[in-house]
Design a protein around this ligand. Structure first.
Ligand SMILES: C[S@@+](CC[C@H](N)C(=O)[O-])C[C@H]1O[C@@H](n2cnc3c(N)ncnc32)[C@H](O)[C@@H]1O
Length: 245
């Protein structure tokens, strides 16, 4: 299976993203604003939000049911999800299920997803989805952190936002990617802007010096020091170089 608009024989094509949710309204504003909204309007991303209820049968279009074996909560039924996937997926689709018990979303996985041509994200709700959906339709189960949200819409938004930044053309200044946290397994350096002094706090002298070599050296040191202090675990990780799309 595959995913969203990336490099095709040296040309750029829009990455396609379909979102399947019970709460389309939760995603609308997010997709229209800021960098993501601009990328959609520029044709770099082709994002569509679908209401899972549209594939549910019957007068009440029920999408959930009680869990076999008893216990608290409700579970999303397989039938509407299978019907939606049948209609929305193709040979290049990567089925993604944001789930707290999925693979942690980290930079190497973000970069991998950015190489896909079509992502179909299923947002869970209640106690989650029937396991047969996960077994048959889902290629990647992704956790955005070790905590539990009320539904998958925000988690799907996080996945899309992180992935979109790695699609060529989405960020105005591509260079900013390389100095971001987690690139090269280090955190970012502190940033300052005018005024040079504010409420008695001064910007580090070196940043006002105009000496670009020294500024680079200071930033590198800051990145290493902050990583050591805040995320020493990152130093032990293997390098997350850009995958070859
Ligand atoms: C209340 S949660 C279900 C939690 C599930 N019973 C469990 O304990 O693993 C409902 C939905 O929110 C989404 N979700 C919640 N927390 C998440 C996380 N940390 N990462 C990704 N998705 C999450 C998933 O789509 C999930 O199906």
């Amino acid at each position: 299976m595959g995913g969203i608009g990336s490099r095709v024989s040296g040309f750029l094509s829009a990455m396609k993203i379909d979102l399947l949710t019970l709460f389309p309204g939760m995603l609308r504003g997010f997709l229209e604003e800021s960098i993501l909204g601009r990328a959609v309007r520029a044709g770099l991303l082709d994002i569509r939000v679908h209401n899972l209820r549209d594939w549910a049968e019957g007068r009440h279009q029920v999408t959930d049911d009680r869990p076999f074996g008893g216990g608290a909560g409700m579970v999303l039924k397989p039938e509407p999800i299978f019907a939606a996937f049948e209609e929305l997926s193709g040979p290049e689709t990567t089925g993604v299920y944001p789930a707290p018990d999925g693979e942690p979303l980290r930079l190497p996985l973000v970069k991998e997803l950015a190489c896909e041509k079509h992502l179909l994200l299923l947002c869970g709700h209640y106690e989650g989805v029937d396991q047969r959906v996960r077994d048959r339709l889902i290629d990647r189960e992704i956790s955005i952190g070790d905590y539990v949200l009320t539904n998958g819409a925000l988690a799907a938004a996080v996945v899309i936002d992180a992935v979109a930044r790695h699609i060529p053309g989405v960020l105005g200044e591509e260079k900013s990617l390389t100095q971001d946290s987690y690139e090269g397994n280090v955190l970012s350096f502190p940033q300052y802007t005018r005024p040079a002094e504010f409420k008695g706090m001064k910007v580090p002298e070196i940043l006002l010096s105009g000496n670009h070599g020294e500024i680079e050296r200071w930033r590198r040191e800051m990145r290493e020091r902050r990583t050591r202090e805040i995320r020493p675990d990152l130093e032990k990780e293997s390098n997350n170089d850009e995958p070859d799309c």
